[in-house]
Design a protein around this ligand. Sequence first.
Ligand SMILES: [Zn+2]
Length: 108
Amino acid sequence: MTPLLPNPDYYLHNLITMTSSESKRLWRRAIKEHFNCQCVYCGGTYELQQLTIDHVRPKCKGGRDIASNVVPSCRRCNQEKGSKNWLDWMRSTFGITDREHTILSHIR
Ligand SMILES: [Zn+2]
């Protein structure tokens, strides 16, 4: 299991990998593994390559490219959430679920 580090540069700094593209790949994989390959929004379990990385606070709204702002998401949820407020979108789509607490504890 790949350790989840704050951003791809940490894999380079800790000599876990030697290239920037590999560090980004590892980081993305670590995020998915950290959440047991589940989409944090719908709760579905997916293959690594079926999951995307979603910025909880969208980059276009100032969200950072850092572990505490990224979560695994299936393509469908990623697309439907878009740049909406994640909690508003999640509640209107799935109602109140335990998954919102999982996300809240990850992003704080
Ligand atoms: Zn989903």
